[in-house]
Ligand binder design. Structure first.
Ligand SMILES: Cc1cc2nc3c(=O)[nH]c(=O)nc-3n(C[C@H](O)[C@H](O)[C@H](O)COP(=O)(O)OP(=O)(O)OC[C@H]3O[C@@H](n4cnc5c(N)ncnc54)[C@H](O)[C@@H]3O)c2cc1C
Length: 469
């Protein structure tokens, strides 16, 4: 709440560049901001400033929890008047905590959370701050689903703006492919509607352009699919068969029946198994038949196939919502199957992982993702076969530096065999992030940015920059 006696804080820098202890700064005048603003002297600030990835600790000037477009507009105008940077937060799950910055005004959209379902039209209007679990469960009550990611706490805002890959992408496309209207607030605080018919350039950019650099998305109208009971599978192979399994998987998973999406994960270190997790929009018998090319690659240690209602699958795949985590993930995109040398390097990289929780995940694209042209939306990787995610997690007191170094080294070692990266898997140390994320769509994104946000109000470490004339 507004206290009227706000004391803004600015962090002292640590040597690693992350924020440290807060230092007092002159008070900011809250006049013009919505009453839901949280300044540093508010008891709610300590929790509200936190980022999902606790590898970062940042001290914004204030956090304003917005429920409406008019509150967002007021917040943008206030920040511009006070020359304070703006950050936009939906679910706060940016890998690099880009939705919070030291000294910035964080426009937090959790107040917009909500799902209005039109079951007859198979559409829903969903607030940007809605978490994925809440969205999927609200839709499944109507026998419907939107193709979103699996993590329960991710916000629809960040996910849809960057693309949105999940177990329904191959049958139904990316999250952004199912967006039909976006209501947004622009850099001047105007409410704008973006669709095929209105502000088409902005609509194009907001579907895959990511990083919040164009406007604040307030609500999305989504196209929905009817999903009832689905078939699930979980398969494990001994680590010694990893090369054969990865090779068979990459030649099959992106091009098998679109109704089947099966991801693969290989652990770091020398223990554990190669595991596969799949969803098939169909019956168990059909799934068994489709799995044959993968199962014949190497004898599995276990193969489980079962059926479950979609709502149960959402809960099972998502697991319980986690409040926070400490991690580094980085991505790469494979347009060609990895050759023998590349698979060997991947496995060598995994074997060299430091002790702890680390893995490489492979997730198939193809299907409905590939049915659109690379320039149909800002997401460029339509012709890719799959994405790779190099992932490491640790707890306070564990050797995070070793995990960070491992992610960077395996990502760099695999670069010659991959092409680009996924914008939603923000990676702060990716020097060529703009080309990696947006490929041939980058120039058009720069033009849209220049038209909609010439003063770079919605800036940030990996926001598209406007071009200067
Ligand atoms: C545990 C975990 C699991 C994940 N699983 C998947 C997955 O299965 N599939 C997948 O595709 N991705 C996945 N992701 C990545 C996820 O899509 C991105 O991290 C996404 O950006 C998070 O969105 P958010 O709203 O929660 O994050 P935020 O941190 O709130 O925002 C992320 C970025 O988008 C901007 N932004 C957010 N909301 C808006 C808005 N309304 N208007 C304008 N800009 C905005 C922010 O400023 C920031 O730059 C996962 C991430 C995590 C941490």
């Amino acid at each position: 709440l507004v206290t009227g006696a706000a004391v803004a804080v600015a962090p002292r820098r640590r040597s690693d560049g992350t924020a440290g202890v807060a230092a007092a700064q002159p008070a900011l005048n809250p006049q013009g901001l919505p009453a839901s603003v949280i300044f540093p002297d508010d008891p709610a600030y300590a929790e509200a400033r936190l980022t999902f990835n606790t590898r970062y600790s940042r001290y914004p000037a204030a956090i304003v929890v917005c429920s409406t477009a008019s509150e967002i507009a007021k917040s943008i105008r206030w920040a511009r008047r006070h020359e304070i940077e703006v950050r936009v937060r939906s679910g706060g799950h940016s890998y690099e905590a880009f939705s919070v910055a030291d000294g910035a005004l964080v426009i937090d959209l959790s107040g917009t959370a909500g799902v209005a379902v039109d079951a007859v039209r198979r559409e829903a209007v969903v607030g940007a701050g809605t978490r994925l679990r809440d969205l999927s469960l609200a839709l499944s009550a109507h026998g419907l689903a939107a193709p979103v990611g699996t993590c329960p706490g991710v916000g629809l805002g960040g996910l849809a703006l960057g693309g949105g890959v999940g177990f329904l992408s191959r049958p139904h496309g990316l999250t952004c492919d199912n967006v039909v209207v976006i209501d947004a607030v622009d850099a001047d605080g105007r409410l704008v509607r973006a669709s095929e018919d209105e502000n088409h350039d902005l609509f194009w950019a907001l579907r895959g352009g990511g990083a919040g650099g164009f406007a604040v998305a307030v609500a999305f109208r989504l196209r929905l699919a009817a999903i009832g009971t689905v078939a699930r599978c979980a398969i494990a192979w001994p680590l010694g068969d990893a090369a054969a399994v990865i090779d068979a998987w990459q030649r099959w998973a992106p091009s098998t029946d679109n109704r089947l999406t099966l991801g693969l994960a290989a652990p770091g270190g020398s223990g554990g198994v190669v595991s596969a997790s799949g969803v098939f929009i169909g019956a168990e018998e059909g799934l068994y038949a489709l799995l044959e090319p993968l199962l014949s690659a190497a004898p599995s240690a276990s193969t489980q196939v079962w059926s479950a209602p979609w709502s149960a699958v959402v809960e099972e795949l998502g697991g319980p919502p986690a409040a926070h985590a400490m991690f580094k993930n980085a991505s790469a995109i494979a347009y060609e199957p990895l050759n023998e040398v590349a698979i060997g390097m991947l496995l060598d990289g995994l074997a060299a992982a430091p002790p702890g929780a680390n893995l490489v995940g492979l997730f198939p694209l193809g299907g409905a993702v590939a049915a659109m042209e690379p320039d149909a939306t800002a997401f460029p990787h339509r012709r890719a076969l799959f994405d790779l995610q190099y992932q490491a997690y640790w707890s306070p007191g564990e050797d995070g530096a070793a995990q960070l170094a491992w992610v960077r080294s395996i990502r760099d070692a695999m670069r010659p065999f991959t092409h680009g990266a996924y914008a939603n898997y923000a990676d702060a140390d990716l020097a060529d992030w703009a080309t990696a994320f947006y490929g041939g769509n980058l120039d058009r994104l720069r033009r849209v940015k220049t038209a909609w946000d010439p003063d770079n109000v919605f800036g940030g470490p990996q926001a598209i920059q406007p071009t200067r004339s």
